[in-house]
Write a protein that binds this ligand. Structure first.
Ligand SMILES: Nc1nc2c(c(=O)[nH]1)N[C@@H](CN(C=O)c1ccc(C(=O)N[C@@H](CCC(=O)O)C(=O)O)cc1)CN2
Length: 299
């Protein structure tokens, strides 16, 4: 049976370290890290994530600001708020929760964030820095950064000689994940909906990352014996066994099947999800260190 990779406990460790390093930063005479979280509209899941981000920021000792904005607001109004946050010296990190309402161009909003405050790592400058290995100053998107920390816990920092397969090619997870694995010397293949014989390809992976958003798509017989399986999916499905109208969360991996063959595997919930918020804190802290002219701490 596979080792369970406890993302909740690793995330708590990251938050503890951010807290300690925030105190160290202030002892050096720098201002406390500031994080602005922006939510537009009333998507229930987004409200939960944003509340958790603002709460964790306070727990870390940050200056924490939340902008809760109406779904009907215009793109121009949102861009004006981003402009104000860009100019605010008390803010080191700006996060605009996704998805945004359909009438707002998310790409335009993301590119309006100052790259040195883009703690989500979605701005072209940060994407380019990750792609070219400028990791000292890049902000790496939080979900792949957190996934990478979990992989390091099992496999160490140097992944030379290992094959990685990333299933999914999104800008937010699949592509940055592939770049991080490449930077750690893995041999990386990015698979997607047009890939031929995905199951056979997945079976070549020493590290298998599933980020497709399809409940339990990766089956047990897709997993190479001993592989490290990172499940990025968070899918809410009907759970009639729990009662009428009840739901439960599952990942992109059929956990019970995969855990029989894998060497180590992340659960859902409690795997990659908590790491996303912890790494946002780590990125905001890094931004504050860089703004103070200091070397960013490593995690
Ligand atoms: N601007 C951004 N928007 C979104 C991002 C992001 O990184 N930046 N990621 C996701 C949502 N997300 C954070 O924003 C997120 C998703 C899931 C979790 C998490 O801890 N999940 C728990 C389960 C929670 C539940 O019970 O529903 C888990 O997996 O254990 C944290 C953050 C989309 N938007």
């Amino acid at each position: 049976m596979a080792e369970l990779i406890d993302g909740k406990s690793v995330a708590e460790g990251v938050v503890r370290r951010v807290k300690a390093l925030t105190i160290e930063l202030m002892e050096k005479g720098a201002q406390k890290p500031g994080l602005a979280v922006v939510i537009v509209g009333e998507d229930p899941a987004s409200q939960v994530y944003v509340a958790s981000k603002s709460r964790t920021a306070k727990e870390c000792g940050f200056h924490s600001v939340q902008h809760t904005l109406p779904a009907e607001m215009s793109e121009q109004e949102l861009l004006a708020i981003i402009g104000e946050l860009n100019a605010d010296p008390g803010i080191n990190g700006i996060l605009v929760q996704l998805p945004l309402p359909g009438h707002i161009d998310a790409g335009k909003v993301i590119q309006a964030i100052a790259p040195q405050k883009d703690v989500d790592g979605f701005h072209f400058i940060n994407v380019g820095k990750l792609g070219t290995g400028e990791l000292e100053t890049a902000f790496v998107p939080c979900t792949p950064a957190g996934s990478m920390l979990l992989i390091e816990r099992v496999r160490g920092k140097d992944l030379s000689g290992l094959n990685a397969v990333v299933v999914g090619r999104s800008n937010i997870v699949g592509k940055p994940m592939a770049n991080l694995l490449l930077a750690a010397n893995c041999t990386v293949t990015v698979a997607h909906s047009r890939t031929k014989d995905l199951a056979a390809l997945a079976r070549t992976a020493d590290i298998l990352v599933a980020a497709v958003g399809r409940p339990e798509m990766v089956r047990g017989d897709w997993v190479k014996p001993g592989a490290t399986v990172i499940d990025v999916g968070i899918n809410r499905i009907a759970a009639p066994e729990k009662g009428e109208g009840k739901t439960r969360l599952v990942g992109d991996v059929a956990y019970a099947e995969a855990a029989k063959t894998a060497g180590a595997i992340t659960p859902v919930p409690g795997g990659v999800g908590p790491m996303t918020i912890a790494m946002l804190m780590a990125n905001t802290l890094a931004s504050a260190y860089l703004a103070a002219g200091l070397k960013r701490p490593s995690f």
